[in-house]
Design a protein around this ligand. Structure first.
Ligand code: NAD
Ligand code: UDP
Length: 309
């Protein structure tokens, strides 16, 4: 059994990852500054003697002895990563640097939670790992997109220069229970709005597309990426089933039985027009593909928010 560090472990994906790793018998250390994470997400794990929580901001170094690092610390919702963009860059650059330094010192394998945002507003569809992307480096999404791109660069350079054992996973839109009520991303927004009887806020005409992966699939993909030895990545992780945002709004309305109206708000700057992962590499090297479609995953997410509200 391994000792595993999960940074951002109190967040949406991180808390599920901690839970699954503990379930597999590992020792898990969660490091989080609780910017977008919540103690409630990991409260149920606190009694487990194999679980530790450290409040720490990853832009500062930390000394720990572990076998593996999952580096997830970074706000993921545009609302939150644009709240303090300089901090977002720091988290991605200094945070990743600190984790790579730690991995190098203790010879731990380290997995970076990268993102489909490295492809920016993609000119190639669906997105393969070989596509270099179309990112506006001076726009409001740059702090996140470019931050994650530098994080990938650091990972590759620590690998080439210092032989650090790395894995890079490019995560596409993921949803499920434990997204924050005020997260601001589309799935949680629509569900919360539908359950409260408020209008569903579609940005633009809602013709932009995203492909939504359920949390249990994503956690399985991240662990498969970490544990296999075929590739260091980058490897796309996501569900290739593509929806327009308007179709998602209608689906959420139908599944919640809500009478909410759908309203159209301005499209944020640089909002990617279409996004869908090519997961050929994940299938080949990780023997992984998602199994939970939105008709199964959305109801579970709706139940979660119904209890929360
Ligand atoms: P989240 O915002 O719920 O979780 C991020 C966690 O990191 C939070 O607990 C937050 O408090 C913590 N954090 C942020 N800055 C920190 C810092 N400086 N020091 C310590 N902790 C810090 O987001 P999530 O959806 O769980 O995303 C987790 C990771 O996966 C992120 O790196 C994100 O970029 C990546 N990702 C997520 C998605 C998605 O759809 N959920 C898509 C692509 C990539
Ligand atoms: N979106 C929307 N209404 C909302 C929140 C988001 O129409 O209340 C749109 C957003 O413009 C984008 C898509 O939904 O086109 C996904 O947005 P999200 O913030 O979830 O993630 P992104 O993939 O853009 O990082």
């Amino acid at each position: 059994m391994k000792k595993i560090l999960v940074t951002g472990g109190a967040g949406f994906i991180g808390s599920h990852l901690c839970e699954t790793l503990l379930g597999r018998g590992h020792d898990v250390v969660c490091v989080d500054n609780f910017f977008t994470g919540a103690k409630e997400n990991i409260l149920h794990l606190r009694e487990n003697p194999h679980f530790e929580i450290i409040r720490h901001d990853l832009i500062n170094p930390i000394t720990l002895e572990v076998d593996e690092v999952y580096n997830l610390a970074c706000p993921a919702s545009p609302v939150h990563y644009q709240f303090n963009p300089v901090k977002t860059v720091k988290t991605n650059v200094m945070g990743t640097l600190n984790m790579l330094g730690l991995a190098k010192r203790v010879k731990a394998r380290i997995l970076q939670a990268s993102t489909s945002e490295v492809y920016g507003d993609p000119a190639v569809h669906p997105q393969k790992e070989t596509y270099w992307g179309n990112v506006n480096c001076i726009g409001p999404r740059g702090c996140y997109d470019e931050g994650k791109r530098v994080a990938e660069t650091l990972m590759m350079d620590y690998h080439r220069q210092h032989r650090v054992d790395i894995r890079i996973a490019r995560i596409f839109n993921t949803y499920g229970p434990r997204m924050a009520v005020n997260d601001g991303r589309v799935v949680s927004n629509f569900i919360v709005q539908a359950l409260r009887g408020e209008p569903l806020t579609v940005y633009g005409k809602g013709q932009q597309t995203r492909s939504f992966c359920f949390i249990s699939d994503m956690v399985g993909g991240l662990i498969a990426m970490m544990e296999q030895v075929e590739t260091i990545g980058p490897v796309n992780l996501g569900n290739p089933k593509e929806f327009t945002i308007l179709a998602l709004a209608e689906k959420v309305k139908a599944l919640t039985g809500s009478n909410s109206a759908i309203i159209f708000n301005p499209l944020p700057q640089d909002d990617p027009v279409q996004r869908k992962p090519d997961i050929t590499l994940a299938q080949k090297y990780l023997k992984w593909k998602p199994t939970v479609e939105v008709d199964e995953g959305l109801p579970q997410t709706i139940d979660y928010f119904r209890n929360r509200l």
